[in-house]
Ligand binder design. Structure first.
Ligand code: HEC
Ligand code: HEC
Length: 255
């Protein structure tokens, strides 16, 4: 009788502990990330060109497990009984880019290490840039503009001659998306599910000219990079001058 009682206790203990064990496995344990990585700055721009590289690398190396949209539903995901993560979640994007870089490059357990398969760390930063675009709430995210650009002074005059150049360049390069009056109603604008901006709005013109220059020249996500298409930055400043004339409320604003 006594042995049966002990046996029963043992069975209960084993059942409970194994139950807890699998429960523990299902929950995602916090990553223990070295401070060096947590604070690491992304050395790349999230412009369209780099995002295309990041997306291609993601499709090649990551999609099989993390899925097309990054929610963790790739064909191989079912093999793992750990939580694979959700790249569209708020929690994921509350991490620093350095933390995301560490998880992606160093890995742990079933998450592979990529230091050999992707030898240039810059390529993994491109993937990180791409992961950052997978966030639903990013659609309205503010631009993260380097201080150098925020403070940049417009080196050109907004005189009639320069404005005519700016307008011609705007019509050639920008109108298809941003529209004739800059309110974001160009024929291509419908392709994007993000807010393309409104150049006639007060908010837009409350930015510094340097900020507008950065958005226009460097770009991000679906906003193209123009460093190659418009090689002389002065030409982009002419466009910025022109954009400044598109502000509706300035027309009636008192000095
Ligand atoms: C073979 C399947 C597999 C592939 C391929 C894969 N991962 Fe993972 N990944 C995982 C698993 C499993 C986890 C969860 C690991 C854990 O928590 O122990 C994970 C976790 C992560 C996390 C942390 C998610 C979070 O919210 O905690 C990031 C970031 C990540 N992977 C990025 C990538 C990137 C970038 C690639 C491609 C370069 C990639 N992964 C390729 C399986 C994979
Ligand atoms: C292929 C379509 C497309 C073209 C062409 C394009 N843009 Fe954009 N632009 C976008 C999209 C999409 C956004 C929103 C990007 C985001 O928020 O991630 C944007 C955002 C911007 C912004 C920031 C607006 C804001 O309020 O946040 C500026 C400034 C801008 N574009 C300037 C320009 C200029 C100048 C040109 C031409 C030299 C141009 N764009 C050409 C698609 C385009």
């Amino acid at each position: 009788m006594k042995t049966l009682k002990y046996l029963l206790i043992i069975v209960v203990v084993v059942l409970v502990s194994s139950g807890f064990y699998s429960f523990d496995k299902l929950l995602q344990e916090k990553w223990d990330i070295p401070e060096k990585y947590v604070k690491m700055k992304n050395p790349t721009y999230a412009n369209q060109e780099n995002l295309i590289i990041g997306k291609a690398l993601y499709i090649k190396h990551c999609l099989s497990c993390h899925g097309k949209t990054g929610i963790g539903d790739g064909p191989k995901a079912a093999e793992f009984d750990t939580d694979i993560g959700d790249f569209s979640s708020k929690e994921f994007h509350e991490q620093t880019e350095g933390e995301i870089f560490y998880q992606s490059y160093i890995g742990r357990r079933d998450m592979p290490n990529y230091e050999k398969k992707i030898p240039d760390p810059k390529d993994m930063w491109f993937v990180v840039n791409y992961l950052k675009t997978l966030e639903e709430f990013l659609k309205t995210q503010k631009w993260d503009i380097p201080e150098k650009y925020v403070k940049m002074k417009n080196p050109t005059y907004a005189n009639q001659e320069n404005l005519a150049i700016g307008k011609a360049l705007y019509i050639k390069h920008c109108k298809s998306c941003h529209g004739k009056t800059g309110i974001g109603d160009g024929p291509k604008a419908a392709e994007f599910d993000i807010d393309i901006g409104d150049f006639s709005s007060k908010e837009f013109h409350e930015q510094t000219e340097g900020e507008i220059f950065y958005q226009s020249y460097i770009g991000r996500r679906d906003m193209p990079n123009y460093e190659k298409k418009i090689p002389d930055p002065k030409d982009m400043w002419f466009i910025v001058n022109y954009l400044k004339t598109l502000e509706e409320f300035l027309k009636t604003q008192k000095n």
